[in-house]
Structures are given as structure tokens and as C-alpha cells.
Ligand binder design. Structure first.
Ligand code: FPP
Length: 257
């Protein structure tokens, strides 16, 4: 596995199109309530938006797309809604895996899957294996995922793999391979729909230098045009990674000569 550089150790390469986009798809319930529909109807509609965004990301050359489908805190929702989301998840895996493979999209799941029933766990394994060789886009679904859980599970696995480790030996490089997104560069762009401006325990470690974009648009209404609006905003950001604007300007001058 290629190890990706850490934004806190080395200044990463930047590009006009983000290599990695991470999305919190918020607002499904409100989308449905506004139409006097049950909340779960918003999740079904939200799945349609997921398909559009996956296809558009692949088309324009985004390499990694990661979506937050179910957080470790979403178990607190009413049992009927949790049950519906699980069924939708299983149905969408079954229905979409062949299309993902045909479109050269690899599917990865991150999160603690042990709490899901065995039909979902089996389907996840099958889908990951079936799409493992696909290269155009890596589409990651975070399910029963939490950023704090991720850091803790990484630390635990790192300690198990390195018995007798002493505190001075614990470095970013040592821990990084155990984080659940070690296979991907850190996200360049984070998008949250639905009007809230928080990170909600998503990729806490990986978002260190990610540009954060918030929009009031509810997830089922987030389409290709909305994605391009976010990319346009991203293209105007000055990604300093701790440096000053003057340093960036002089780097640009030296690149030009
Ligand atoms: C947040 O909206 C959305 C979720 C917790 C679930 C997201 C699931 C999908 C978009 C469909 C399935 C996706 C995949 C990848 C299989 P909310 O319910 O919190 O909305 P609200 O803030 O308006 O209540």
C-alpha cells in the first residue's frame, strides 16, 4: 500500500480539482418533512444524490470520494429510522456493486462494521473484493464511523503490532498506517450540506488542513451544479499549510521563471 504524506509533516501537492472530497450528507430528514413525507423518504432520495455525485466525481477526475452514511452516534435515532437506513444500505450495495465495477470504481467501507448484521458484513466484503482492482475512483462509505473511534482503533492496533513500544517511538508515521483511511491522501475538500457548520466526529485526524465548505442546500438537492459550485470555491482558496501568503507568492514567482 502506498503511504500518503501527512499534511503536518510535508506540504502536499495542490491541484485545481481536489484529489479527495469528503462529504457529510445532511438534511435528508428536513427535505422530506418540508414535503410532508416521512423522514426516511429523504434518505431514499438522498441515495439518488449519492449516485449523481459519485458519477460526476469519476467523470471529472476526483480520485477519492468519501461520504458519511452513518455515524457512531446515529444509533441514537429512532429504531425504525436506523432499521430503514440499514435496509437501504444493503439494498444499495446489492443494486450498485456491478455498476461500480463496470465504471472502474472501487468501493471501501470504513467504520466499526461489527455492529452490523451478518448480511451487511458479507455484502460489504463481497463488494470490496469485486471492485478491488478498480482504479478510476475510490468511493468510501463511512458507516458506524467516528473520528475518535478511528484514532483509538489505530493506536490499539499499532500497540498490538509493536509490543514494548515506548512513548518516544510513537510518531505520526508509525500511527498513520493503522488509520482507517491510510490508503487515501488527506481530503482536500470537505463539504457539509444542510446548513450546519460542524465536523460531527468525521475524519478528525485527516481533516487537519482540509478546506471546509458549508452549504444550506439539503443533501437530496445537492447535484452536479452544486458540486461544481463547491469546486469553484475550492479553486479560490489559498492553501497555505501554515505558511504565509508572501511565501506562497515568492514560490509562484520562482516557479514562473
Ligand atoms: C443525514 O440527514 C443523513 C444520514 C444520517 C444518512 C445518509 C444516508 C443516505 C444519503 C442514503 C444512503 C447512502 C449510502 C451511501 C448507501 P439527516 O437525517 O440528519 O437530515 P436532517 O438533519 O434534516 O434531519
Amino acid at each position: 500500500m502506498t503511504l500518503h504524506t501527512s499534511s503536518t509533516l510535508v506540504v502536499p501537492e495542490v491541484s485545481a480539482i481536489p484529489r479527495h472530497v469528503a462529504i457529510i450528507m445532511d438534511g435528508n430528514g428536513r427535505w422530506a418533512s418540508k414535503r410532508l413525507m416521512p423522514r426516511v423518504a429523504g434518505h431514499s432520495e438522498g441515495l439518488g444524490a449519492v449516485k449523481k455525485i459519485v458519477e460526476e466525481c469519476r467523470r471529472i477526475g476526483v480520485e477519492y470520494l468519501t461520504v458519511f452514511a452513518f455515524s457512531s452516534e446515529n444509533w441514537r435515532r429512532p429504531p425504525e429510522e436506523v432499521g430503514f437506513l440499514m435496509k437501504l444500505f444493503l439494498k444499495s450495495l446489492k443494486g450498485e456493486v456491478s455498476r461500480l465495477a463496470e465504471n472502474d470504481i472501487s468501493l471501501r467501507l470504513i467504520g466499526d462494521l461489527s455492529r452490523f448484521d451478518s448480511a451487511i458484513q458479507d455484502m460489504v466484503r463481497f463488494s470490496e473484493e469485486k471492485t478491488a482492482g478498480c482504479k478510476s475512483l475510490t468511493f468510501t462509505i463511512a458507516a458506524n464511523y467516528g473520528g475518535r473511534w478511528d484514532i483509538l482503533q489505530a493506536m490499539r492496533r499499532c500497540l498490538d503490532a509493536n509490543p514494548g513500544l515506548i512513548s518516544e517511538q510513537v510518531t505520526e508515521e508509525l500511527l498513520q498506517p493503522y488509520l482507517s483511511m491510510a490508503y487515501a491522501p488527506e481530503p482536500d475538500l470537505f463539504i457539509r450540506t444542510g446548513g450546519e457548520q460542524r465536523v460531527s466526529n468525521f475524519l478528525l485526524w485527516q481533516l487537519a488542513y482540509t478546506e471546509l465548505y458549508f452549504t444550506d442546500v439539503l443533501w437530496p438537492d445537492f447535484d452536479e451544479a452544486q458540486l461544481h459550485k463547491a469546486f469553484k470555491w475550492f479553486g479560490q482558496r489559498e492553501r497555505r499549510f501554515g505558511r504565509t501568503s508572501a511565501q506562497l507568492a515568492s514560490l509562484a514567482m520562482s516557479d514562473a521563471v
